[in-house]
Design a protein around this ligand. Sequence first.
Ligand code: SAM
Length: 291
Amino acid sequence: MTNQLLNASEIRELAAKLNLKPTKKLGQNFVIDQNTVEKIVRVSGTNTESVVLEIGPGLGSLTLALLAAGAKVVAVEIDNRLAEILPNTVADKGFKKEQLQVVNKDAMNLLPNDLASAPDTLVANLPYNVSVPVILHILEHFPSIKNYLVMVQSEVADRLAAKAGSRTYGSPSVKLQWYADVSIAGQVSRNVFWPVPNVDSDLVSFKRKSNIDESMRQDLFAVIDASFSQRRKMLRSCLSAMCGGSEKASEILKSANIDPQLRGEALQVADYVRLTNAMKTSGITMKSNRL
Ligand code: SAM
């Protein structure tokens, strides 16, 4: 497989040909280590049957490893120059062009209609600054994707996989864990990237749950956002504006079997689901500024 991948000097040559100066704004840190991309593909379980959505293929290191595993790949890249050159790189390495679709777009605006085939897997070395919103956008719009393996900075990985009660547990943890079963799948050293970022990365694996009630997502996410809006405050205060007073908030929390004096980080996903249903039963309108 190795000769079909890009090595460090080929990556630098490609970048030089494009006169590419990697930008922090687009999280452009390219993997230059073949063992790392092979490991990512192995851990993701990608095989000849897979249709993989890759967000941010960059110069193509991971894309080539996915193609070498026999998968069909849909690669979504925001940077025009990178999107344009990718089909040539793939052809130069001997892959058939039918195996790849490149979509030159911001992943935050990606919809199923943009893709020629429905993906079942997402594999990505995500741009750091948009990793959480991109993950939530894809989960919302692509129910066909059952398996996810993403590389994100370690702090974000900790937050995504955090359990209730831990310091890093917050709204991204609850939202992702509502959609999926989440686990950390390995560490990645900063030294496998060019340019070298000033943080380490982790692989996060998640499997979409089969019983998601999509019709409650907006209400649920509004309740989660409100519950974490003031970390040091009790739930009855955080939810007071939404419920029309902290007494009403306490009453609804109690009806859902939740102590109003707890803080948002104490509740599990199932508690948030119960709370949202209790709010709905009480006629509360749940609106979030963050959606
Ligand atoms: N996959 C490549 C690799 O592993 O070497 C590059 C990964 S690099 C961390 C992130 C890539 O995402 C860059 O190519 C960047 O241009 C692209 N990108 C950044 N923001 C994006 C967005 N909103 N939508 C799609 N691609 C984006």
